[in-house]
Design a protein around this ligand. Sequence first.
Ligand code: GDP
Ligand code: FE
Ligand code: FE
Ligand code: FE
Length: 196
Amino acid sequence: LIYQEKLSPYSREELMARISDKLDQPRFEHVKRVEQTAIELAQENNVDVEKASVAGLVHDYAKQRSDKDFKHAIIQYDLDPDLLNWGNAIWHGVVGAELIKMELGIYDEDILNAVRYHTTGNTYMTSLAQIVFMADYIEPGRNFPGVGVARRLTHHSLQDGVVYQIASTLSYLVQRQAKIYPKTIETYNAWVPSAS
Ligand code: GDP
Ligand code: FE
Ligand code: FE
Ligand code: FE
C-alpha cells in the first residue's frame, strides 16, 4: 500500500520496517493490532482509513527510547519544560510525535496530534485522535477487566468509548497511587457529560 505523499514519504511496508527496527516484537505486534483496530473504527466512523493506518502504526514509535533521549528531545524541540518531571508513559506520545516528524517525515498534524493525545487524551480530539485513543485501548491483545464493555461501547459510539476509557484509566491510576498528569484531569473534566 502506497500512502498519499502528504501523509507519509514511505509506503506502508517501508514504514513498518522502520518502526519494527525501533520496537521489540511484542510491541510491534501491538502496533499492528492497533492499526487494524483503528482501520475498523475509521470505516465505522467515516474517517480517512489511510490516516488511521499511519497513525496506528506510528503511535508507539518512541515507546522504547531511553529517558536520556527523551530529555534531550524535550530541550532540543523546546517542549514544555514541565515534561522533564514526567516519564516514558507521558513522553512517548507527546515527545514521540516530534521524533516521528523528524525521523519518519510525517508532518500531518491530525496524525501527529493523534499520537500526542493517545495516552492522556485531550480536551479536544478529532475523530482520528479518538480512534487511535480507543484502538490502543481495545485492540484484540488487550485483556483487562472492562475491556469487553469498552469494545462494545466504542463500536456503538466512539465518544462513549472515550469517556469510558478516560474515567476507567483515571480511577485505575488513582487506585495505584500513580501521579496524574494534569492534562489527564483536564481531559476527564472536558469529557464527562455533565457539570455537578
Ligand atoms: P501503551 O503505550 O500501548 O502501553 O498505552 P498508553 O500509551 O495508552 O499508556 C501508557 C501508560 O500510561 C499506561 O500504563 C497508562 O495507564 C499510563 N497513563 C495514562 N495516563 C497517565 C497519567 O496521567 N499519569 C501516569 N502516571 N500514567 C498515565
Ligand atoms: Fe502508547
Ligand atoms: Fe492508550
Ligand atoms: Fe499503544
